[in-house]
Design a protein around this ligand. Structure first.
Ligand SMILES: [Zn+2]
Ligand SMILES: [Zn+2]
Length: 161
């Protein structure tokens, strides 16, 4: 097929990775209280996996059944939310894609539960100051254990706290 899109992504630690071939067309936000809780966030950004080739290329999610009809996948090592799974199909947490900038949301659900300040988030003041010397010292000592935003051949997820 001409111009087939490919996408990759995974959890923060890199123990679970996925790959997709095909066009992803349904990108949404869900404001429902269950999605707020499952993502630990004000709302959940999700990409519907439909009419594409999907594969877990490293590891697989663990699951929590959040209701009789829905289960949610997450990385058992690092806790990153990964999936929303229902009878009709699966959606992936949009922020777990290596390039979420390619997947702008086009629809929102659960708006009766939308938190009242969400519509004003873009108006928040932006901190633009330089880090002070103690912050610079802290930042200079940071060594990231986060998986990079591309597939890796040999990768050893950081385990434990
Ligand atoms: Zn992980
Ligand atoms: Zn929801």
């Amino acid at each position: 097929m001409d111009g087939m899109s490919e996408y990759s992504g995974g959890c923060q630690c890199g123990a679970v990775r996925f790959h997709i071939r095909g066009e992803l067309k349904e990108i949404s936000l869900c404001h429902c209280r269950m999605c707020q809780k499952a993502f630990g966030a004000y709302y959940a950004p999700m990409v519907t996996v439909k009419d594409v080739e999907f594969e877990w290329t490293r590891g697989a999610p663990a699951h929590f059944r959040s209701s009789n009809l829905i289960r949610r996948g997450f990385c058992a090592n690092c806790g990153t939310p990964l999936t929303y799974e229902a009878e009709q199909g699966m959606a992936l947490a949009a922020g777990t894609f290596d390039h979420p900038e390619l997947l702008p949301p086009t629809m929102q659900y659960g708006t009766p539960s939308k938190l009242p300040f969400v519509d004003g988030l873009h108006l928040l003041p932006e901190y633009r100051g330089e880090p002070d010397s103690s912050e610079q010292d802290f930042l200079s000592r940071v060594e990231s254990f986060q998986h990079p935003d591309h597939d890796t051949g040999d990768w050893h997820p950081h385990v434990g706290g």
